[in-house]
Design a protein around this ligand. Structure first.
Ligand SMILES: Nc1ncnc2c1ncn2[C@@H]1O[C@H](COP(=O)(O)OP(=O)(O)OP(=O)(O)O)[C@@H](O)[C@H]1O
Ligand SMILES: [Mg+2]
Length: 157
């Protein structure tokens, strides 16, 4: 598995990194966002949404209770937060696979709840170094679009 790592020195830098990725993402991309509470998953997701061109007036917050938010942009964006998922069967009710493996872009916070750490896609792992610093590791799992590889390489340069 190929992986890249960068250090973000503050919220704005993580937001910017997400934005750059969002500008480059091909359709049918699944991004799995790992990290502890407060690591910066939602900040990164917000950046991706901005990069994809979601209306800047629309706030991007964690869909903690609804489990999924949908936004219209260059590609349809489905933002999941599975923290409160109590039973994997709920994923079926949500229609998770249709969104995650459909033609849009899906961002998933707490992908551990999928109980499959080999889910194909772009895995992003955020780790707190201190109050402001985060180590962000990108790894590609499975057969992914070459445009996605290029996108990750570009943002990690
Ligand atoms: N370099 C950084 N990158 C991202 N966030 C940072 C950074 N430095 C500090 N922060 C702060 O860390 C917090 C990250 O919050 P965020 O909601 O994105 O976390 P999360 O990983 O989505 O948590 P949760 O699991 O609760 O959804 C924010 O308060 C943000 O200001
Ligand atoms: Mg969050």
């Amino acid at each position: 598995m190929v992986s890249w790592s960068v250090v973000s020195t503050g919220e704005l830098e993580t937001l910017e990194l997400g934005k750059k990725l969002g500008q480059l993402l091909p359709q049918s991309t699944l991004v799995l966002l790992q990290g502890d509470l407060g690591a910066g998953k939602t900040v990164f997701a917000r950046g991706v949404a901005r990069g994809l061109g979601v209306d800047p007036e629309i706030p991007i917050t964690s869909p903690t209770f609804t489990l999924m938010n949908h936004y219209s942009a260059r590609h349809d964006l489905y933002h999941f937060d599975l923290y409160r998922l109590s039973d994997p069967d709920e994923l079926i009710e949500l229609g998770f696979d249709e969104y995650a493996f459909g033609s849009g872009v899906a961002l998933v916070e707490w992908p551990e709840k999928l109980e499959n750490n080999e889910t194909p896609g772009l895995w992003v792992n955020l780790q707190r170094i201190d109050d402001e610093k985060r180590e962000i590791e990108f790894s590609l799992q499975g057969d992914v679009d070459s445009q996605l590889v290029t996108a990750v390489e570009k943002i990690c340069q």
